[in-house]
Unconditional design. Structure first.
Length: 438
């Protein structure tokens, strides 16, 4: 595809933070409202993903799909050949699928700088391109959705997303409901592994919500969407080679109004992979090697819950009164807070807040998602040990969904637990309950 140069205006987001100039020569449809961005690296079945999106019901707005085919300088020759084959197949497919209100584009970056090459930079290139397209048609609130080259989606994926953002004009972004396939052509152990890993993801998010952490959402790059104006204001996507989705979305989530979109579904691939040091592919690979799946101890989240319950006292009565409450905290929490210079941070927070709402906002700016994850790692590694995911998920379930699930999960069957956790999230039950406020 031929590239075009879009010279950015002085001081714009694109001048300051974009990786490259505009890549798509064809002008966007005047009614463009939604762009799905797909990073693609060494993917043998990109066309299957494009077919899944093509088969979607058409939204009221025009939509685009931007694929960023990418590889680093000095990449393995076999991967380069696969990318060239993917480009050829995708280009031929696009030529045969014409719809002015749902267009597909592939941009090819075969020589990205090795220092930054990876999924973060590929997402950034595509999401920046989407933001440019929305600027061209003066649609600053256009929707930029993350997707992956090995995903599938329900037929209402595009319409549900459009409907969600139209109904919630102040929503800056959303996490899209997902389910990994639990059966198919791969070896059975792969599906055992992905069931356990997905259970771990859902357990972690639900445990944080039970603890009262207000910014607990799934942060999966293939299952997210943000408004273009928010994307630019938050500095765009980062260039991280792993965890780019977590770091990006946790700049958006604290803005308020972030939501779960459960009216549709993305089906990410369960395949094993060693491309990145953590994430789905790596978790499946680890399971295949070790034949077990672990998670964080429930005690860590109970510690967080107890800590967050002291916050009203810290806000209203000050450090002295709060100190007595914190003395009853676990050894894990007390030692962690000491290591994080909590008392100094608390003094600064109180100095700059006049009421409970601003105290809460500032506190969770300090004790953010990174700090929460840091604590559960610390508690696991130094105090509680590394438990199996089925055991901890079964322990949490009665706390978030009632005692009726105790018998069903007594044997800790991963697939049965996952079925229940999926239903809770899809139905919106057990999510962001009263425990998220104080």
């Amino acid at each position: 595809m031929s590239a075009k140069s879009i010279q950015p205006q002085s001081g714009t987001y694109f001048e300051r933070l974009s990786f490259c100039e505009g890549q798509i020569a064809a002008p966007p449809h005047p009614e463009l409202g939604l762009v799905a961005v797909i990073p693609s690296f060494n993917e043998p079945d990109l066309v299957g993903t494009l077919e899944s999106l093509w088969n979607c019901e058409r939204p009221g707005c025009a939509a685009e799909v931007i694929v960023v085919l990418n590889s680093p300088i000095g990449c393995d020759a076999g991967i380069l050949r696969q990318n060239e084959q993917t480009l050829k197949e995708a280009s031929a497919w696009i030529a045969q699928h014409a719809d002015p209100r749902l267009t597909f584009h592939v941009v090819h970056f075969p020589n990205l700088p090795r220092k930054h090459a990876g999924v973060g930079l590929a997402r950034k290139i595509g999401m920046d391109e989407a933001a440019r397209r929305f600027d061209e048609v003066k649609k600053p609130n256009g929707i930029i959705a993350g997707f992956d080259a090995d995903c599938r989606c329900d037929a209402n994926y595009l319409t549900a997303m459009e409907r969600h953002f139209r109904a919630q004009p102040r929503c800056p972004g959303c996490s899209v409901y997902f389910e990994h396939p639990l059966e198919g052509p791969l070896e059975p152990k792969v599906y055992e592994a992905i069931a356990a890993y997905e259970l771990h993801l859902r357990y972690y998010t639900q445990a944080l919500r039970y603890a009262g952490f207000p910014h607990a959402y799934h942060t999966i790059g293939s299952c997210m969407a943000v408004r273009a104006t928010v994307y630019k204001k938050q500095g765009g996507m980062n260039k991280r080679q792993a965890g780019e989705d977590f770091y990006f979305l946790h700049k958006v989530i604290p803005l308020g109004g972030f939501a779960d979109l459960t009216a549709t579904r993305v089906m990410p691939s369960p395949r094993p992979s060693d491309r990145v040091p953590f994430g789905t592919g790596k978790a499946v690979l680890d399971f295949l090697h070790e034949q077990k799946s672990v998670t964080y101890p429930l005690e860590a989240f109970l510690d967080l819950k107890a800590f967050f319950e002291v916050l009203p006292t810290l806000s209203a009565c000050g450090i002295k009164a709060g100190l007595s409450g914190l003395r009853s905290m676990s050894d894990a929490m007390q030692s962690f807070l000491d290591k994080q210079n909590f008392w100094k941070a608390l003094e600064e927070i109180r100095k700059n807040t006049a009421n409970e709402d601003t105290f809460r906002s500032r506190f969770f700016r300090w004790f953010n998602a990174f700090m929460a994850m840091k604590f559960v790692h610390y508690a696991r590694d130094n105090h509680y040990g590394v438990p199996g995911v089925e055991h901890e998920a079964a322990r949490l379930l009665p706390l978030i969904a009632g005692e009726r699930h105790v018998a069903a999960t007594a044997d800790g069957a991963v697939c049965e637990l996952l079925r229940i956790y999926r239903a809770l999230e899809r139905d919106g039950k057990g999510i962001h309950g009263d425990s998220t406020t104080f």
